[in-house]
Write a protein that binds this ligand. Structure first.
Ligand SMILES: NC(=O)c1ccc[n+]([C@@H]2O[C@H](COP(=O)([O-])OP(=O)(O)OC[C@H]3O[C@@H](n4cnc5c(N)ncnc54)[C@H](OP(=O)(O)O)[C@@H]3O)[C@@H](O)[C@H]2O)c1
Length: 407
């Protein structure tokens, strides 16, 4: 990577809700000597943000501000050419994301984002993976709550199983992840979720085209399992299959990493303790998905949560998540682990995104290029960073106790 470029790291979308939290995290935690800059389309907003950052770290008063608009590919090419790593929080990514991925793939610039939109990731693979492999750019999507705790939690589980001799060479491995979280969401997240819900046909077509172009390893079996909603003794809760981007990311990590075993299976679930919560949540989501199909209703819903708005500091301080994993490799060989932290959607997401960017910029990492997952691009280096930054990755000695009572 070109150390002569003016910036180690550029944050695009810094004026948005999650972008500003990411900028604040970098102001507090970027190492001395890190050359970083803010990029966005609104100079006045960028200046106001820089003033706020300077109150956290006076050194930020001189942060460079770069003018860039998602609708102006020339400005994005300038940003990509000036940076070693570009981080984007400009979403919905299906709407705004492609030109920056194109610019980074072309310039050999590492790129990270927060997308939870599977269609976007599939389309970026089809359009830009090959070029990124040629230039050496690492395109790492989903570096927030989607999908870092899940992707790295599986990696952590398998590594601890291997240390304990519970992962013999050639073993068939199965991991189940049970997610619990309490918190609320921003305008940007709501708009992105509605976009995903409104494009199921297009997403299925992109997924099919991607499978044809990227069939996975011929000599290993990688699968994602779902099944019906069921009562789970492991989770001590109702296990509701979660068709988010997370299991897809885990499966891609497994496909790229032979150390996940000859045959690897992953199941991803929401763990819901109480039946009324399960029924009310299911009904609410079904209604939202239905409403998202109607453009007029979708526009009205989008106005309920404005871009730039999100949970207050108090709401975020009260938010939390846990993901419990059960790793299994043959009779009786089971290991329980857990990844947990505070506010999943924003405080911890900003941490995960910023640490991912710092890892790409400064850590000694295994060689990779093209579209790669967090576990492939950063792997254990990112687990170490996030642990040092306060997220918890732990082995549970016994089967998980009853889930915490809140939420
Ligand atoms: N998966 C996860 O774990 C996770 C968690 C959090 C967020 N996210 C995703 O992150 C994205 C951002 O969420 P958010 O709540 O932070 O959204 P937001 O507050 O609405 O911020 C969006 C940002 O994009 C910028 N933007 C919009 N159009 C632009 C354009 N044409 N050119 C340049 N910049 C443009 C906005 O700039 P202005 O300030 O100038 O309007 C703003 O900085 C969403 O897609 C959301 O789903 C994902």
């Amino acid at each position: 990577m070109d150390a002569e470029r003016p910036y180690d790291l550029v944050l695009f979308g810094a004026t948005g809700f999650t972008g500003a939290l990411t900028a604040e995290y970098l102001a507090r935690h970027a190492p001395a000597g890190c050359r970083w800059a803010l990029a966005g389309r609104d100079r006045a907003k960028l200046e106001a943000l820089r003033t706020r950052l300077a109150s956290l770290d006076p050194g930020c008063a001189g942060l460079p501000l770069l003018a860039a608009d998602a609708a102006d590919p020339v400005s994005l090419r300038e940003v990509a050419a000036a940076a070693r790593v570009v981080v984007s929080t400009v979403g919905p990514y299906l709407q705004h994301g492609e030109p920056l991925v194109a610019a980074c793939a072309d310039a050999g610039t590492d790129y990270l984002d927060l997308t939870g939109e599977p269609e976007f990731v599939d389309r970026m693979y089809l359009l830009h993976h090959r070029r990124a492999v040629e230039t050496g750019a690492r395109l790492v999507h989903s570096c927030g709550f989607d999908s870092v705790p899940h992707d790295l939690g599986v990696l952590f589980t398998l590594e601890r199983m291997r240390e304990r001799g519970a992962l013999p060479d050639g073993a068939t491995v199965s991991v189940r992840g049970f997610v619990r979280a309490g918190g609320t969401f921003s305008g940007g997240t709501f708009a992105s979720a509605l976009t995903v819900m409104s494009r199921r046909g297009a997403a299925a077509r992109a997924a099919r085209a991607r499978r044809a172009a990227d069939p996975g390893p011929a000599d290993r079996r990688i699968s994602v399992t779902a099944g019906p909603v069921r009562r789970s003794a492991e989770a001590r809760a109702w296990a509701v299959p979660l068709p988010t981007i997370d299991p897809l990311v885990v499966a891609r990590s497994a496909a790229a990493r032979p150390d996940y075993g000859r045959a690897f299976r992953y199941g991803h679930y929401a763990a819901v303790r109480r039946l009324p919560v399960l029924l009310a949540g299911g009904a609410g989501l079904a209604l939202l998905a239905l409403a998202a199909q109607l453009p007029a209703l979708r526009r009205t819903l989008t106005r309920l949560r404005k871009p730039g708005a999100g949970p207050t500091a108090e709401q975020r301080a009260d938010s939390w998540f846990t993901v419990r994993f059960v790793g299994e490799s043959g009779a009786g060989r089971r290991l329980f682990t857990e990844v947990s932290g505070g506010d999943p959607g924003y405080t911890e997401t900003a941490k995960m995104l910023a640490e991912s960017a710092l890892s790409l910029a400064f850590d000694e990492l295994p060689a990779s290029a093209g579209q790669v997952t967090p576990a492939v691009a950063m792997g254990t280096a990112l687990i170490d960073r996030l642990t040092a930054a306060g997220l918890s990755f732990t082995v549970l000695d016994a089967p998980p106790a009853a889930a915490p009572s809140r939420g």
